[in-house]
Write a protein that binds this ligand. Sequence first.
Ligand code: NAP
Ligand code: MG
Length: 488
Amino acid sequence: MAETQLIIGGEWTPAVRRGQYEVRNPARPDEVVGQAANGDEEDVERAVQAAHTAFPGWAALSFQQRAEILTKAARHLTADDEELQTRIRLFTREHGKILKESTLEMTRLGDRFLSSASFAERLATDAQLPGPPFDTLITHQPRGVAALIIPWNWPLSILGGKLPQALMAGNTVVIKPASQSPLAPSLTIRRIAEIFPPGVINLVTGSSSRIGDPLISHPLVRKINFTGGTETGRHIMRVASKTLKHLTLELGGNDAAIVLQDAQLDPPALQRMVMGAFLTTGQVCMALKRLYVHRSRFDELLEGVTAVASQSVVGDGLDPQVTMGPLNNEAQLQVVREMAEQARQKGARVHEVGSVPDQDLFEKGYFHRPTIITGAGHDSKVVSEEQFGPLMPILSFNDEEEAIRMANDTEFGLCSSVWTSDRDRALRVARQLEAGYTYLNAHGPMLQDNRAPFGGFKQSGLGRNLGYEGILDFLEPHSISSVPGWLL
Ligand code: NAP
Ligand code: MG
Protein backbone atom coordinates (compact mmCIF):
# COMPACT_ATOMS: atom_id res chain seq x y z
CA MET A 1 0.00 0.00 0.00
CA ALA A 2 1.37 3.41 -1.00
CA GLU A 3 2.03 5.96 1.71
CA THR A 4 3.02 9.50 0.97
CA GLN A 5 4.26 12.38 3.10
CA LEU A 6 4.83 16.08 2.66
CA ILE A 7 8.04 17.61 1.32
CA ILE A 8 9.31 20.50 3.40
CA GLY A 9 12.82 21.92 3.22
CA GLY A 10 14.04 18.82 1.38
CA GLU A 11 12.58 16.37 3.94
CA TRP A 12 9.93 13.71 3.22
CA THR A 13 8.00 14.45 6.39
CA PRO A 14 4.60 13.63 7.98
CA ALA A 15 1.87 16.21 8.49
CA VAL A 16 2.41 17.65 11.97
CA ARG A 17 -1.10 17.25 13.32
CA ARG A 18 -3.44 15.32 11.07
CA GLY A 19 -1.68 12.16 10.01
CA GLN A 20 -2.89 10.64 6.77
CA TYR A 21 -6.08 10.05 4.83
CA GLU A 22 -7.28 7.19 2.67
CA VAL A 23 -7.26 7.24 -1.11
CA ARG A 24 -9.61 4.84 -2.93
CA ASN A 25 -9.77 3.35 -6.41
CA PRO A 26 -12.63 4.88 -8.46
CA ALA A 27 -12.96 1.67 -10.49
CA ARG A 28 -13.31 -0.33 -7.24
CA PRO A 29 -14.45 2.06 -4.53
CA ASP A 30 -14.03 -0.62 -1.82
CA GLU A 31 -10.32 -0.78 -2.49
CA VAL A 32 -8.01 1.51 -0.52
CA VAL A 33 -5.04 2.30 -2.72
CA GLY A 34 -2.95 4.17 -0.19
CA GLN A 35 -2.60 6.86 2.43
CA ALA A 36 -1.63 10.46 1.75
CA ALA A 37 -0.37 13.05 4.23
CA ASN A 38 -3.23 15.14 5.57
CA GLY A 39 -1.69 18.59 5.88
CA ASP A 40 -3.14 21.64 7.61
CA GLU A 41 -2.26 25.31 8.06
CA GLU A 42 0.75 24.54 10.21
CA ASP A 43 2.24 22.46 7.42
CA VAL A 44 1.52 25.25 4.96
CA GLU A 45 3.40 27.64 7.25
CA ARG A 46 6.42 25.33 7.41
CA ALA A 47 6.39 24.82 3.64
CA VAL A 48 6.14 28.52 2.80
CA GLN A 49 8.93 29.36 5.26
CA ALA A 50 11.15 26.66 3.71
CA ALA A 51 10.49 28.02 0.22
CA HIS A 52 11.17 31.56 1.40
CA THR A 53 14.50 30.53 2.98
CA ALA A 54 15.60 28.70 -0.17
CA PHE A 55 14.62 31.53 -2.50
CA PRO A 56 17.72 33.79 -2.47
CA GLY A 57 20.11 30.93 -3.23
CA TRP A 58 17.99 29.57 -6.06
CA ALA A 59 17.31 32.99 -7.52
CA ALA A 60 21.04 33.76 -7.55
CA LEU A 61 21.80 30.98 -10.06
CA SER A 62 21.92 31.83 -13.74
CA PHE A 63 19.24 30.64 -16.16
CA GLN A 64 21.84 28.28 -17.61
CA GLN A 65 22.66 26.78 -14.22
CA ARG A 66 19.00 26.25 -13.46
CA ALA A 67 18.45 24.73 -16.92
CA GLU A 68 21.14 22.15 -16.17
CA ILE A 69 19.39 21.09 -12.96
CA LEU A 70 16.01 20.92 -14.73
CA THR A 71 17.55 18.69 -17.40
CA LYS A 72 18.96 16.39 -14.74
CA ALA A 73 15.55 16.20 -13.05
CA ALA A 74 13.86 15.25 -16.33
CA ARG A 75 16.25 12.32 -16.76
CA HIS A 76 15.91 11.26 -13.13
CA LEU A 77 12.11 11.09 -13.42
CA THR A 78 12.19 8.06 -15.70
CA ALA A 79 15.66 6.66 -14.93
CA ASP A 80 14.53 3.71 -12.80
CA ASP A 81 12.11 1.73 -14.91
CA GLU A 82 10.81 -0.49 -12.11
CA GLU A 83 10.10 2.49 -9.89
CA LEU A 84 8.47 4.30 -12.84
CA GLN A 85 6.17 1.36 -13.66
CA THR A 86 5.11 1.13 -10.00
CA ARG A 87 4.27 4.84 -9.98
CA ILE A 88 2.32 4.54 -13.25
CA ARG A 89 0.20 1.63 -11.95
CA LEU A 90 -0.46 3.43 -8.69
CA PHE A 91 -1.56 6.48 -10.66
CA THR A 92 -4.10 4.45 -12.65
CA ARG A 93 -5.42 2.79 -9.49
CA GLU A 94 -5.97 6.01 -7.57
CA HIS A 95 -7.15 8.06 -10.54
CA GLY A 96 -9.03 5.73 -12.87
CA LYS A 97 -7.29 6.79 -16.08
CA ILE A 98 -5.97 4.04 -18.34
CA LEU A 99 -2.33 2.95 -18.13
CA LYS A 100 -1.45 4.50 -21.49
CA GLU A 101 -2.52 7.91 -20.21
CA SER A 102 -0.77 7.50 -16.86
CA THR A 103 2.40 6.69 -18.78
CA LEU A 104 1.93 9.65 -21.08
CA GLU A 105 1.53 12.00 -18.14
CA MET A 106 4.80 10.81 -16.58
CA THR A 107 6.83 11.21 -19.76
CA ARG A 108 5.19 14.50 -20.64
CA LEU A 109 6.17 15.98 -17.29
CA GLY A 110 9.82 15.24 -18.08
CA ASP A 111 9.43 16.65 -21.59
CA ARG A 112 8.06 19.86 -20.12
CA PHE A 113 11.15 20.20 -17.90
CA LEU A 114 13.33 19.86 -21.00
CA SER A 115 11.19 22.32 -22.93
CA SER A 116 11.50 24.94 -20.18
CA ALA A 117 15.25 24.37 -19.93
CA SER A 118 15.59 25.00 -23.68
CA PHE A 119 14.66 28.67 -23.18
CA ALA A 120 17.75 29.41 -21.00
CA GLU A 121 19.63 31.47 -23.57
CA ARG A 122 16.63 33.51 -24.62
CA LEU A 123 15.80 34.25 -20.96
CA ALA A 124 19.36 35.30 -20.22
CA THR A 125 19.36 37.82 -23.05
CA ASP A 126 18.21 41.24 -21.84
CA ALA A 127 16.50 43.42 -24.44
CA GLN A 128 18.38 46.66 -25.11
CA LEU A 129 16.72 49.97 -25.86
CA PRO A 130 19.37 52.51 -26.83
CA GLY A 131 18.49 56.17 -26.15
CA PRO A 132 17.26 58.77 -26.63
CA PRO A 133 15.76 59.43 -24.22
CA PHE A 134 17.73 56.94 -22.08
CA ASP A 135 19.60 53.68 -22.55
CA THR A 136 17.39 50.99 -21.08
CA LEU A 137 17.97 47.34 -20.37
CA ILE A 138 14.94 45.12 -19.81
CA THR A 139 15.84 42.48 -17.28
CA HIS A 140 13.74 39.83 -15.52
CA GLN A 141 13.74 38.73 -11.89
CA PRO A 142 11.93 35.85 -10.20
CA ARG A 143 8.88 36.78 -8.17
CA GLY A 144 9.65 34.79 -4.99
CA VAL A 145 7.63 31.97 -3.44
CA ALA A 146 5.03 30.60 -5.86
CA ALA A 147 2.04 28.46 -4.86
CA LEU A 148 1.24 25.88 -7.54
CA ILE A 149 -2.25 24.41 -7.19
CA ILE A 150 -3.22 21.50 -9.42
CA PRO A 151 -6.47 19.63 -10.11
CA TRP A 152 -6.99 15.87 -10.18
CA ASN A 153 -7.77 15.33 -13.85
CA TRP A 154 -4.33 15.64 -15.48
CA PRO A 155 -2.21 16.42 -12.44
CA LEU A 156 1.22 15.65 -13.83
CA SER A 157 0.89 17.24 -17.26
CA ILE A 158 -0.61 20.29 -15.60
CA LEU A 159 2.21 20.36 -13.07
CA GLY A 160 4.50 20.30 -16.10
CA GLY A 161 2.94 23.58 -17.22
CA LYS A 162 3.83 25.29 -13.94
CA LEU A 163 6.68 23.68 -12.03
CA PRO A 164 9.54 23.74 -14.56
CA GLN A 165 8.55 27.26 -15.61
CA ALA A 166 8.50 28.50 -12.00
CA LEU A 167 11.85 26.87 -11.29
CA MET A 168 13.46 28.00 -14.53
CA ALA A 169 12.45 31.56 -13.66
CA GLY A 170 14.17 31.25 -10.26
CA ASN A 171 11.15 30.99 -7.96
CA THR A 172 10.82 28.47 -5.16
CA VAL A 173 7.50 26.65 -4.83
CA VAL A 174 4.87 25.10 -2.61
CA ILE A 175 2.79 22.56 -4.55
CA LYS A 176 -0.75 21.62 -3.54
CA PRO A 177 -2.17 18.64 -5.45
CA ALA A 178 -5.91 17.88 -5.44
CA SER A 179 -7.19 15.76 -2.54
CA GLN A 180 -8.30 13.09 -5.00
CA SER A 181 -5.32 11.39 -6.61
CA PRO A 182 -2.42 12.74 -4.49
CA LEU A 183 -0.28 9.56 -4.27
CA ALA A 184 1.51 9.16 -7.60
CA PRO A 185 1.86 12.96 -7.90
CA SER A 186 3.51 13.09 -4.44
CA LEU A 187 5.94 10.28 -5.30
CA THR A 188 6.72 11.94 -8.61
CA ILE A 189 7.30 15.33 -7.01
CA ARG A 190 9.55 13.68 -4.43
CA ARG A 191 11.68 12.24 -7.20
CA ILE A 192 12.03 15.66 -8.80
CA ALA A 193 12.69 17.44 -5.51
CA GLU A 194 15.67 15.14 -4.79
CA ILE A 195 17.57 16.82 -7.61
CA PHE A 196 17.03 20.36 -6.33
CA PRO A 197 18.52 22.18 -3.32
CA PRO A 198 16.40 21.66 -0.15
CA GLY A 199 13.44 24.02 0.09
CA VAL A 200 13.23 24.83 -3.62
CA ILE A 201 10.34 22.37 -4.08
CA ASN A 202 7.88 21.87 -1.21
CA LEU A 203 4.71 19.80 -1.22
CA VAL A 204 1.60 19.94 0.95
CA THR A 205 -1.23 17.46 0.39
CA GLY A 206 -4.59 17.44 2.14
CA SER A 207 -7.95 19.09 1.89
CA SER A 208 -8.31 22.60 0.49
CA SER A 209 -10.73 23.30 3.35
CA ARG A 210 -7.69 23.34 5.67
CA ILE A 211 -4.71 24.23 3.51
CA GLY A 212 -6.25 26.25 0.68
CA ASP A 213 -6.82 29.67 2.20
CA PRO A 214 -3.71 29.62 4.43
CA LEU A 215 -1.67 29.08 1.27
CA ILE A 216 -3.36 31.58 -1.04
CA SER A 217 -3.46 34.30 1.60
CA HIS A 218 0.07 33.81 2.95
CA PRO A 219 1.98 37.14 2.88
CA LEU A 220 5.21 35.46 1.74
CA VAL A 221 3.54 33.90 -1.30
CA ARG A 222 4.04 36.32 -4.21
CA LYS A 223 2.56 34.31 -7.02
CA ILE A 224 -0.26 31.82 -7.39
CA ASN A 225 -0.53 29.57 -10.39
CA PHE A 226 -3.80 27.66 -10.19
CA THR A 227 -5.58 25.18 -12.43
CA GLY A 228 -9.09 24.10 -11.50
CA GLY A 229 -12.69 25.19 -11.53
CA THR A 230 -13.85 28.71 -12.36
CA GLU A 231 -15.59 29.17 -8.99
CA THR A 232 -12.38 28.30 -7.13
CA GLY A 233 -10.52 30.70 -9.41
CA ARG A 234 -12.85 33.52 -8.42
CA HIS A 235 -12.35 32.68 -4.75
CA ILE A 236 -8.57 32.71 -5.15
CA MET A 237 -8.73 36.08 -6.88
CA ARG A 238 -10.74 37.53 -3.99
CA VAL A 239 -8.48 36.15 -1.25
CA ALA A 240 -5.26 37.00 -3.11
CA SER A 241 -6.42 40.56 -3.69
CA LYS A 242 -5.59 41.42 -0.08
CA THR A 243 -1.86 41.21 -0.82
CA LEU A 244 -2.16 41.70 -4.60
CA LYS A 245 -0.47 38.47 -5.56
CA HIS A 246 0.30 37.88 -9.19
CA LEU A 247 -2.14 35.29 -10.55
CA THR A 248 -2.19 32.77 -13.34
CA LEU A 249 -5.54 31.00 -13.46
CA GLU A 250 -6.41 28.13 -15.78
CA LEU A 251 -10.07 27.47 -15.30
CA GLY A 252 -12.93 25.60 -16.88
CA GLY A 253 -13.65 25.28 -20.55
CA ASN A 254 -16.47 24.45 -22.90
CA ASP A 255 -14.57 23.86 -26.10
CA ALA A 256 -16.43 24.00 -29.38
CA ALA A 257 -15.44 22.13 -32.51
CA ILE A 258 -16.65 23.53 -35.82
CA VAL A 259 -16.95 20.99 -38.63
CA LEU A 260 -17.28 22.91 -41.88
CA GLN A 261 -18.99 21.72 -45.04
CA ASP A 262 -15.70 20.70 -46.67
CA ALA A 263 -14.25 18.82 -43.68
CA GLN A 264 -12.51 15.55 -44.36
CA LEU A 265 -14.27 12.98 -42.19
CA ASP A 266 -12.04 9.98 -42.79
CA PRO A 267 -11.38 7.39 -40.03
CA PRO A 268 -8.24 9.13 -38.64
CA ALA A 269 -10.12 12.46 -38.40
CA LEU A 270 -13.05 10.78 -36.65
CA GLN A 271 -10.59 9.05 -34.30
CA ARG A 272 -9.06 12.41 -33.36
CA MET A 273 -12.51 13.87 -32.79
CA VAL A 274 -13.65 11.02 -30.54
CA MET A 275 -10.35 11.09 -28.67
CA GLY A 276 -10.74 14.85 -28.20
CA ALA A 277 -14.10 14.30 -26.54
CA PHE A 278 -13.67 11.11 -24.51
CA LEU A 279 -10.02 11.05 -23.44
CA THR A 280 -9.77 10.61 -19.65
CA THR A 281 -13.48 9.85 -19.67
CA GLY A 282 -14.07 13.43 -20.81
CA GLN A 283 -12.48 14.91 -17.68
CA VAL A 284 -10.26 17.26 -19.60
CA CYS A 285 -10.38 21.06 -19.48
CA MET A 286 -9.55 21.17 -23.19
CA ALA A 287 -11.86 18.34 -24.22
CA LEU A 288 -14.15 18.78 -27.18
CA LYS A 289 -17.41 19.54 -25.35
CA ARG A 290 -19.68 20.89 -28.10
CA LEU A 291 -19.59 19.62 -31.63
CA TYR A 292 -21.09 21.95 -34.28
CA VAL A 293 -21.38 20.51 -37.76
CA HIS A 294 -22.64 21.99 -41.02
CA ARG A 295 -26.16 20.63 -41.55
CA SER A 296 -25.18 19.03 -44.88
CA ARG A 297 -22.71 16.75 -43.04
CA PHE A 298 -24.70 16.07 -39.86
CA ASP A 299 -25.84 12.49 -40.58
CA GLU A 300 -22.50 11.42 -41.92
CA LEU A 301 -20.66 12.85 -38.91
CA LEU A 302 -23.06 11.34 -36.40
CA GLU A 303 -22.73 7.94 -38.00
CA GLY A 304 -18.93 8.19 -38.15
CA VAL A 305 -18.47 9.42 -34.60
CA THR A 306 -20.90 6.81 -33.24
CA ALA A 307 -19.05 4.02 -35.03
CA VAL A 308 -15.67 5.08 -33.62
CA ALA A 309 -16.95 5.77 -30.08
CA SER A 310 -18.70 2.38 -30.10
CA GLN A 311 -15.29 0.72 -30.17
CA SER A 312 -14.58 2.04 -26.66
CA VAL A 313 -14.08 -0.54 -23.96
CA VAL A 314 -15.09 0.76 -20.54
CA GLY A 315 -13.55 -0.75 -17.42
CA ASP A 316 -10.59 -0.84 -15.03
CA GLY A 317 -7.73 1.23 -16.47
CA LEU A 318 -5.21 -1.44 -15.42
CA ASP A 319 -6.72 -3.82 -18.00
CA PRO A 320 -4.77 -3.31 -21.25
CA GLN A 321 -7.92 -3.89 -23.36
CA VAL A 322 -9.75 -1.04 -21.68
CA THR A 323 -9.78 2.30 -23.53
CA MET A 324 -11.86 4.31 -21.03
CA GLY A 325 -11.75 4.18 -17.24
CA PRO A 326 -14.25 5.40 -14.63
CA LEU A 327 -14.95 8.98 -13.67
CA ASN A 328 -12.48 10.02 -10.99
CA ASN A 329 -15.03 10.44 -8.21
CA GLU A 330 -18.65 9.92 -7.31
CA ALA A 331 -19.55 13.62 -7.35
CA GLN A 332 -18.34 13.92 -10.94
CA LEU A 333 -20.33 10.83 -11.95
CA GLN A 334 -23.42 12.41 -10.42
CA VAL A 335 -22.93 15.65 -12.39
CA VAL A 336 -22.62 13.70 -15.63
CA ARG A 337 -25.65 11.50 -14.95
CA GLU A 338 -27.81 14.50 -14.10
CA MET A 339 -26.80 16.38 -17.23
CA ALA A 340 -27.55 13.39 -19.45
CA GLU A 341 -30.88 12.85 -17.68
CA GLN A 342 -31.87 16.48 -18.06
CA ALA A 343 -31.11 16.39 -21.79
CA ARG A 344 -33.19 13.22 -22.11
CA GLN A 345 -36.13 14.80 -20.30
CA LYS A 346 -35.97 17.80 -22.60
CA GLY A 347 -36.37 15.53 -25.60
CA ALA A 348 -32.78 15.02 -26.73
CA ARG A 349 -31.61 11.63 -27.95
CA VAL A 350 -29.01 10.30 -25.50
CA HIS A 351 -27.10 7.42 -26.99
CA GLU A 352 -24.69 5.47 -24.75
CA VAL A 353 -22.16 3.45 -26.71
CA GLY A 354 -19.09 1.29 -26.10
CA SER A 355 -18.74 -2.13 -24.54
CA VAL A 356 -18.48 -3.16 -20.90
CA PRO A 357 -16.53 -6.39 -20.36
CA ASP A 358 -17.29 -6.59 -16.62
CA GLN A 359 -20.84 -5.54 -15.81
CA ASP A 360 -20.45 -6.15 -12.07
CA LEU A 361 -17.42 -3.86 -11.89
CA PHE A 362 -19.24 -1.29 -14.02
CA GLU A 363 -22.11 -1.12 -11.55
CA LYS A 364 -19.89 -0.75 -8.48
CA GLY A 365 -17.35 1.74 -9.84
CA TYR A 366 -17.87 5.33 -11.02
CA PHE A 367 -18.40 4.37 -14.65
CA HIS A 368 -20.30 6.05 -17.46
CA ARG A 369 -20.19 4.94 -21.08
CA PRO A 370 -19.31 7.37 -23.90
CA THR A 371 -22.53 9.19 -24.69
CA ILE A 372 -23.54 11.00 -27.86
CA ILE A 373 -26.35 13.50 -27.55
CA THR A 374 -28.36 14.89 -30.46
CA GLY A 375 -31.38 17.16 -30.47
CA ALA A 376 -30.26 19.21 -27.44
CA GLY A 377 -30.71 22.98 -27.74
CA HIS A 378 -27.78 25.39 -27.80
CA ASP A 379 -28.99 26.62 -24.39
CA SER A 380 -29.46 23.22 -22.73
CA LYS A 381 -27.15 22.45 -19.81
CA VAL A 382 -25.23 19.74 -21.61
CA VAL A 383 -24.26 22.33 -24.23
CA SER A 384 -24.00 25.55 -22.24
CA GLU A 385 -22.13 24.16 -19.20
CA GLU A 386 -18.89 22.27 -18.80
CA GLN A 387 -19.75 18.56 -18.56
CA PHE A 388 -16.34 17.24 -17.46
CA GLY A 389 -17.45 13.75 -18.39
CA PRO A 390 -18.05 11.49 -21.40
CA LEU A 391 -20.94 13.38 -23.00
CA MET A 392 -20.73 14.75 -26.52
CA PRO A 393 -23.58 16.91 -27.80
CA ILE A 394 -23.72 17.31 -31.58
CA LEU A 395 -25.52 20.33 -33.06
CA SER A 396 -25.85 21.65 -36.60
CA PHE A 397 -25.33 25.07 -38.15
CA ASN A 398 -26.24 26.71 -41.44
CA ASP A 399 -23.22 28.85 -42.24
CA GLU A 400 -19.76 29.81 -41.02
CA GLU A 401 -20.91 33.00 -39.27
CA GLU A 402 -23.53 31.15 -37.29
CA ALA A 403 -20.98 28.51 -36.27
CA ILE A 404 -18.50 31.13 -35.04
CA ARG A 405 -21.24 32.95 -33.14
CA MET A 406 -22.40 29.77 -31.38
CA ALA A 407 -18.84 28.68 -30.59
CA ASN A 408 -18.11 32.07 -29.00
CA ASP A 409 -21.44 32.26 -27.18
CA THR A 410 -20.06 31.12 -23.80
CA GLU A 411 -18.29 32.68 -20.84
CA PHE A 412 -15.45 30.21 -21.44
CA GLY A 413 -12.62 30.47 -23.95
CA LEU A 414 -10.06 27.75 -23.39
CA CYS A 415 -9.64 25.80 -26.64
CA SER A 416 -11.51 25.12 -29.86
CA SER A 417 -11.08 23.41 -33.18
CA VAL A 418 -11.91 23.95 -36.84
CA TRP A 419 -12.33 21.02 -39.23
CA THR A 420 -12.00 21.78 -42.94
CA SER A 421 -9.81 20.84 -45.88
CA ASP A 422 -9.24 24.51 -46.81
CA ARG A 423 -6.22 25.97 -44.99
CA ASP A 424 -7.13 29.62 -45.57
CA ARG A 425 -10.66 29.08 -44.41
CA ALA A 426 -9.39 27.24 -41.33
CA LEU A 427 -7.18 30.18 -40.40
CA ARG A 428 -9.91 32.72 -41.11
CA VAL A 429 -12.32 30.95 -38.76
CA ALA A 430 -9.67 30.21 -36.12
CA ARG A 431 -8.68 33.88 -35.88
CA GLN A 432 -12.26 34.75 -34.96
CA LEU A 433 -12.57 32.22 -32.15
CA GLU A 434 -12.26 33.52 -28.60
CA ALA A 435 -10.03 30.78 -27.25
CA GLY A 436 -6.42 30.45 -26.10
CA TYR A 437 -5.69 27.48 -28.37
CA THR A 438 -7.28 26.36 -31.63
CA TYR A 439 -6.56 23.08 -33.35
CA LEU A 440 -7.13 22.59 -37.05
CA ASN A 441 -8.54 19.12 -37.81
CA ALA A 442 -7.67 17.87 -34.33
CA HIS A 443 -8.60 18.54 -30.71
CA GLY A 444 -7.30 17.77 -27.23
CA PRO A 445 -4.30 17.46 -24.96
CA MET A 446 -2.66 14.51 -26.74
CA LEU A 447 -1.65 16.91 -29.49
CA GLN A 448 -0.61 19.86 -27.36
CA ASP A 449 2.73 21.49 -28.15
CA ASN A 450 4.90 21.98 -25.05
CA ARG A 451 6.47 25.08 -26.60
CA ALA A 452 3.16 26.89 -27.16
CA PRO A 453 1.53 29.09 -24.51
CA PHE A 454 -1.64 27.65 -23.05
CA GLY A 455 -4.48 29.40 -21.23
CA GLY A 456 -7.91 30.86 -21.61
CA PHE A 457 -9.85 33.86 -22.88
CA LYS A 458 -12.74 35.24 -20.80
CA GLN A 459 -13.63 33.18 -17.71
CA SER A 460 -11.34 30.33 -18.72
CA GLY A 461 -8.56 32.18 -17.00
CA LEU A 462 -5.76 34.69 -16.73
CA GLY A 463 -2.19 34.45 -17.98
CA ARG A 464 -0.51 31.55 -19.72
CA ASN A 465 1.27 28.33 -18.83
CA LEU A 466 3.86 26.50 -20.94
CA GLY A 467 6.22 27.84 -23.56
CA TYR A 468 8.38 30.92 -23.17
CA GLU A 469 5.30 32.94 -22.16
CA GLY A 470 4.67 30.47 -19.32
CA ILE A 471 8.10 31.23 -17.89
CA LEU A 472 7.62 34.99 -18.32
CA ASP A 473 4.50 34.68 -16.15
CA PHE A 474 6.82 33.75 -13.25
CA LEU A 475 9.14 36.70 -13.81
CA GLU A 476 8.96 40.39 -12.95
CA PRO A 477 10.19 42.59 -15.80
CA HIS A 478 12.67 45.11 -14.44
CA SER A 479 13.82 48.04 -16.59
CA ILE A 480 17.26 49.42 -15.78
CA SER A 481 17.96 52.77 -17.34
CA SER A 482 20.65 55.44 -17.55
CA VAL A 483 21.84 58.42 -19.60
CA PRO A 484 22.51 57.60 -23.27
CA GLY A 485 25.93 56.19 -24.05
CA TRP A 486 26.73 55.03 -20.54
CA LEU A 487 24.84 51.79 -20.03
CA LEU A 488 24.84 50.30 -23.54
P1 NAP B 1 -11.24 22.59 -8.05
O1 NAP B 1 -12.25 22.04 -7.14
O2 NAP B 1 -11.25 24.03 -8.38
O3 NAP B 1 -9.83 22.17 -7.42
C1 NAP B 1 -8.59 22.42 -8.03
C2 NAP B 1 -7.50 22.51 -6.98
O4 NAP B 1 -7.71 23.66 -6.16
C3 NAP B 1 -7.46 21.34 -6.02
O5 NAP B 1 -6.11 21.08 -5.67
C4 NAP B 1 -8.22 21.88 -4.83
O6 NAP B 1 -7.92 21.19 -3.63
C5 NAP B 1 -7.69 23.29 -4.81
N1 NAP B 1 -8.49 24.26 -4.06
C6 NAP B 1 -9.83 24.31 -3.87
N2 NAP B 1 -10.16 25.37 -3.10
C7 NAP B 1 -9.00 26.02 -2.81
C8 NAP B 1 -8.68 27.18 -2.06
N3 NAP B 1 -9.59 27.90 -1.40
N4 NAP B 1 -7.40 27.55 -1.98
C9 NAP B 1 -6.44 26.84 -2.60
N5 NAP B 1 -6.67 25.72 -3.30
C10 NAP B 1 -7.94 25.31 -3.42
O7 NAP B 1 -11.26 21.86 -9.45
P2 NAP B 1 -11.39 20.30 -9.70
O8 NAP B 1 -12.76 19.87 -9.40
O9 NAP B 1 -10.28 19.61 -9.02
O10 NAP B 1 -11.07 20.24 -11.26
C11 NAP B 1 -12.04 20.38 -12.26
C12 NAP B 1 -12.03 21.74 -12.89
O11 NAP B 1 -10.73 22.13 -13.24
C13 NAP B 1 -12.82 21.80 -14.18
O12 NAP B 1 -13.60 22.97 -14.23
C14 NAP B 1 -11.75 21.88 -15.24
O13 NAP B 1 -12.14 22.48 -16.45
C15 NAP B 1 -10.71 22.65 -14.57
N6 NAP B 1 -9.44 22.42 -15.22
C16 NAP B 1 -8.90 23.43 -15.98
C17 NAP B 1 -7.72 23.22 -16.65
C18 NAP B 1 -7.10 24.28 -17.48
O14 NAP B 1 -5.97 24.09 -17.88
N7 NAP B 1 -7.75 25.37 -17.76
C19 NAP B 1 -7.08 21.97 -16.56
C20 NAP B 1 -7.68 20.97 -15.80
C21 NAP B 1 -8.86 21.21 -15.13
P3 NAP B 1 -8.92 20.03 -3.07
O15 NAP B 1 -8.89 18.93 -4.04
O16 NAP B 1 -8.30 19.67 -1.75
O17 NAP B 1 -10.27 20.65 -2.91
MG1 MG C 1 -12.71 19.85 -6.24
